[in-house]
Design a protein. Structure first.
Length: 270
C-alpha cells in the first residue's frame, strides 16, 4: 500500500485549497471541494475493504453508488489542509444508494464531510451525464462575484453577457455561460437539487449573496474556470459606476467564437 500522504491527488487537492485560501475565496471554514477518484486509483493508497466509519449522508444518489470521493471536512479551514490533511480531508465511498458514506481514510479527529455534500453529489451526478470526464465540484466565496450579485440583475443571460464583455478570453473559458440561483439556505438538499438542475446547462452556478459552484474535469480546470469568472466580476465592479466609452460588442463576441472554436450558449448573443 502506497503512502496516502504522497498521493498525487491529495497533493493537488491541498495545493488547490491553499491557493484558494490565498486568493481570499475561502475565509474561515468557508468553501468545499469534492474530487471523484477511480477505484483503482483509490486502492493504491487505502484498503478499500476496510471501512473506518459509516456516516449517513441524508440524501440518496443511486447513480453514484460505489463511487470514491476525496472531500473536504465540515468546519475545517482550507489554510490548515497543508498541515493536517488527515483530519481536514476524507476519502469516502458512497454506499446504500448514496445514503451512506463509508470513510476509508481521513477525518481522524472524528469529523465528517462538508455540510454541502448533497449539493456536491447531486452536481457530480448532473455533470457526469453531460461530461463523463467530470471529476471536480468546487464551492467558494469569491469576493467580486459575490458583490456583483448585490448590484446586477440575476437574469442568467444578462449576467453572462456582462461577464463575457469584461475580458476577451471569457467567452473562450466559459462559452456555456453562468447560471444563477437566487438566495437559498445552504447545506440543504433543496439547494443541492436546485444547483444540480442548473449544472445541467453550465459548469458555473452562482449562489446569490453567497458564492459560486464550479465543475471541471480536474482541479486545475475547475479552479481556472472560477478564477476567470471572478476576474471578470472584478473588472465589472471597477467600471460599473463609470461612463462606458468602449465595450465588447456582440459582433466581436461572435468573432471570438469562431476564432476560439467555441460555441456560445444558444440565444445569448444578439
Amino acid at each position: 500500500m502506497k503512502d496516502m500522504l504522497k498521493a498525487p491527488f491529495l497533493t493537488e487537492m491541498i495545493r488547490t485549497q491553499t491557493n484558494m485560501y490565498a486568493h481570499g475565496w475561502d475565509e474561515r471554514n468557508g468553501g468545499n471541494i469534492s474530487l471523484l477518484l477511480d477505484e483503482k486509483e483509490a486502492a493504491e493508497y487505502v484498503n478499500v475493504n476496510k471501512v473506518i466509519r459509516a456516516i449517513p449522508t441524508g440524501f440518496s444518489q443511486p447513480e453514484l453508488n460505489g463511487k470514491y470521493f476525496l472531500v473536504t471536512g465540515t468546519g475545517k479551514y482550507f489554510k490548515n489542509a497543508q498541515y493536517t490533511p488527515e483530519t481536514d480531508l476524507g476519502l469516502i465511498r458512497l454506499a446504500d444508494g448514496g445514503q451512506t458514506a463509508e470513510l476509508l481514510w481521513g477525518f481522524e479527529d472524528g469529523g465528517r464531510f462538508t455540510s454541502e455534500l448533497p449539493a456536491h453529489m447531486m452536481s457530480h451526478a448532473a455533470r457526469l451525464k453531460v461530461c463523463p470526464e467530470n471529476r471536480v465540484v468546487l464551492h467558494c466565496h469569491p469576493t467580486n462575484i459575490l458583490a456583483m450579485t448585490f448590484v446586477h440583475t440575476l437574469d442568467e443571460r444578462e449576467f453572462t453577457r456582462t461577464l463575457w464583455r469584461m475580458c476577451t478570453e471569457c467567452i473562450m473559458v466559459f462559452p456555456d455561460g453562468v447560471n444563477v440561483l437566487p438566495w437559498m439556505l445552504c447545506g440543504t438538499n433543496e439547494i443541492g437539487a436546485a444547483t444540480a438542475e442548473k449544472m445541467k446547462t453550465a459548469r458555473i452556478v452562482v449562489w446569490a449573496q453567497h458564492g459560486i459552484y464550479g465543475a471541471g474535469r480536474d482541479l486545475d480546470e475547475a479552479f481556472g474556470l472560477i478564477e476567470t469568472v471572478e476576474k471578470a466580476a472584478e473588472v465589472y465592479l471597477k467600471i460599473a459606476h463609470l461612463p462606458r466609452l468602449n465595450t465588447l460588442t456582440d459582433e466581436q463576441l461572435k468573432i471570438m467564437e469562431k476564432g476560439y472554436g467555441v460555441k456560445a450558449r444558444e440565444g445569448y448573443l444578439d
